[in-house]
Write a protein that binds this ligand. Structure first.
Ligand code: HEM
Length: 182
């Protein structure tokens, strides 16, 4: 269990696994869509589906363990901001894999985990290079939501990193060290 001065190994591991993998997925997602790097799509989807399990585990751990107490005395405004960003991060880490699956599934492209098919692609009869959407509506909704949530998540990550660096370099408190297990 977490204590004010020391976080548990489970909290620290879940934080860094989700944080690093999600930042990598954002970078790959932004790159692959702009560079049309089709080979990266199945990797992005597979890792994205896997990260949903870790994100869910994190939510259960938060419910069981509660939020760790602040490492120092912060202003009310700072505490409120940090809480809002933490909630945005938690919701977005669940919403991104879900909207990604909705888009990929409904659009007929399909997805799975490294070759293990979860929703199969639906190829056009007579033109197997093209796919046929299972639902145009849900494909468009999934794509728009995945993109919008991704940008919200990226903004929240930047604010979260800015907060962590402010605590470490300006306030010189133990917030970042505690998350590094020190
Ligand atoms: C936490 C997990 C995930 C993150 C952080 C993430 C992030 C991103 C980002 C930043 C983009 C680029 C958005 C843009 O500028 O258009 C993107 C695109 C995409 N993602 Fe994800 N993603 C995640 C999970 C998934 C999953 C699970 C799937 C499917 C199973 C998926 C499928 C896609 C697809 C197909 C695109 C391209 C969209 C397009 O062509 O418009 N993503 N993702």
């Amino acid at each position: 269990m977490d204590k004010a001065g020391k976080l548990s190994k489970i909290t620290i591991s879940l934080h860094w696994i989700t944080g690093i993998v999600i930042m990598a997925l954002c970078a790959v997602g932004l790159y692959m869509t702009r560079a049309e790097a089709w080979a990266l799509y199945p990797v992005h989807k597979s890792v994205g589906v896997l990260v949903l399990f870790v994100a869910l585990l994190r939510v259960f751990w938060r419910i069981k363990n509660g939020w760790p107490a602040a490492a120092a005395d912060y202003t009310q405004l700072e505490q409120r901001l940090a809480k809002i960003i933490k909630w945005v991060l938690i919701i977005a880490t669940l919403a991104l894999p879900m909207t990604g699956m909705l888009f990929s599934g409904a659009s007929g492209h399909g997805f799975g985990i490294f070759g293990l098919v979860i929703v199969p692609a639906q190829h056009m009869p007579g033109n197997p290079d093209q796919v046929l959407a299972y639902s145009e509506f849900w494909a468009e909704a999934g794509e728009a939501l995945h993109q919008a949530t991704a940008y919200i998540l990226i903004a929240a990550i930047i604010l979260h990193l800015a907060g962590a660096f402010k605590h470490h370099f300006i306030d010189k408190d133990a917030t970042l060290k505690r998350m590094l297990g020190k």
